[in-house]
Design a protein around this ligand. Structure first.
Ligand code: FAD
Length: 396
């Protein structure tokens, strides 16, 4: 027997799918979310907790991130949940003269884009973050950066969506779309058919596979990331700490005279949870959906992190966590309604910024469905037709 008719079926219960489902259910639509696993089982449950502004590329990525960050200020209250949101600032550690040159230029651009960010010298950086190694030349600091607990966020979004009337089905896989004359009539899942006219592909790193099952080319590649997790420690870091190498790698900026970058796309991303465990990241690799990074990757992450924050060398790592960033090649997601299959929408591809962009994505998807304009005018720039999209750029 078929399920009751839904106005919209959302495939994927990560932060993006549940954020969209919440906003759509608030608009009075009958929303059903299906996930082959559960909320938080994908990238949203195996990632860092950073909401960074100072690392974003000026222009559209920055504008979206700023608007999304502003939405975070009221999100806990709106969700009626503790998501451990902390507006406690973020730093980028600078180790070499070439990184210093790069960061000086980068900060000028960030300031022009309206971000509050300053360059700290060696002593100022250590005053703010006493755990930094002696050789660290300085750091950039922004009070606009923040952090959140992604698992708490995902759970709170799922709960709020349900309270607003959505239904969430765990362990229910999307198999194929049922369509007639180019128009969606339902979705076939591992446990039966759900009649619907509209489907949102919010399957994160799996959005390419899901799109393929509907005949919609969805250029999103999984980019593996590994994070080491420590036992409970006294407070070692304030806010989040990145390294300049990470920022440069993220933007693929040229750093003339730069030192050899660490292997496996490694760049420091360090945070400490409210309970005291350290999240020591991370790598950026193209390795398909293989969840088992070689031991060398974990060793390289630990070595790199210990160089910048020596106290980490004495910390006990109790496990490693691996996730897949949904990579599009230009740092922007695809949020688009597709002409070739009436009713099919993609909302995926947030790469390493999905947590930061969760609030605005929910609003943009609602705008796309209802035709409202409640967020900035980003949607025309988030289609697959944009020239910067290049998911194979690094994969080859
Ligand atoms: C190591 C690492 C560190 C990161 N750090 C940060 C950070 O500090 N800040 C930040 O902003 N972002 C960060 N990110 C990025 C962020 O985690 C992602 O952009 C975000 O979680 C993507 O959310 P999503 O909902 O699109 O995908 P997911 O959370 O992966 O959700 C997709 C869901 O779809 C489901 N699914 C897949 N196929 C099917 C199917 N056929 N049928 C039904 N369901 C299906 C999956 O089970 C999954 O639950 C990091 C990512 C990684 C990997």
């Amino acid at each position: 027997m078929n399920d009751p008719t839904a106005d919209i079926v959302v495939i994927g219960a990560g932060v993006i799918g549940t954020s969209a489902a919440w906003r759509l259910a608030q608009s009075g639509l009958r929303v059903v979310v299906i996930d082959s696993m559960a909320p938080g089982a994908g990238a949203s449950g195996s990632c860092d907790k950073a909401i960074y502004l100072q690392s974003k590329r000026p222009g559209l990525p920055m504008r979206m991130a700023v608007e999304s960050r502003a939405m975070y200020s009221t999100l806990s209250d709106e969700l009626d949940a503790d998501i451990e949101f902390a507006p406690d600032g973020g730093m980028v550690a600078i180790e070499t003269e070439s990184q210093l040159d790069f960061m000086k230029r980068f900060i000028v651009e960030q300031k022009k884009a309206g971000i509050r960010v300053e360059l700290l010298d060696r002593d100022q950086a250590r005053d703010h973050q006493p755990a930094l190694a002696e050789h660290v030349l300085g750091a950039s600091y922004s009070p606009d950066d923040a952090e959140v607990n992604p698992l708490a966020l995902n759970a709170a979004l799922a709960d709020a969506a349900v309270r607003a009337g959505a239904r969430i089905h765990r362990h229910r896989e999307f198999l194929e779309v049922i369509a007639k004359r180019g128009r969606i009539e339902g979705v076939s899942t591992s446990t039966g058919v759900i009649p619907t006219r509209m489907v949102i592909n919010a399957a994160g790193p799996f959005a390419g596979q899901v799109g393929e099952r509907a005949g919609i080319s969805t250029p999103i590649t999984p980019r593996r990331g590994t994070i080491l997790i420590s036992d409970v420690q006294p407070r070692i870091v304030r806010g989040n700490l990145l390294c300049a190498q990470y920022v440069a790698a993220k933007h693929l900026a040229d750093m003339p005279g730069a030192d050899e970058p660490p292997p496996y796309g490694i760049g420091l991303s360090l945070g400490q949870t409210a309970s005291g465990t350290l999240l020591v990241g991370g790598s950026r690799e193209f390795a398909g959906f293989d969840k088992r990074p070689p031991r060398d990757v974990m060793t390289a992450i630990a070595t790199h992190a210990g160089r910048i924050v020596p106290a980490l060398k004495n910390v006990r790592i109790i496990r490693a966590m691996t996730g897949f960033r949904p990579y599009t090649g230009d740092g922007l997601p695809i949020i688009e309604r597709h002409d070739e299959l009436d009713g099919w929408i993609t909302a995926a591809g947030h790469e390493g910024d999905g947590i930061a962009l969760t609030p605005i994505t929910g609003v943009l998807v609602r705008d796309l469905v209802t035709g409202e304009r409640t967020a900035g005018d980003y949607l025309p720039h988030l289609s697959r037709a944009r020239s910067t999209l290049n998911p194979r750029k690094q994969a080859s």
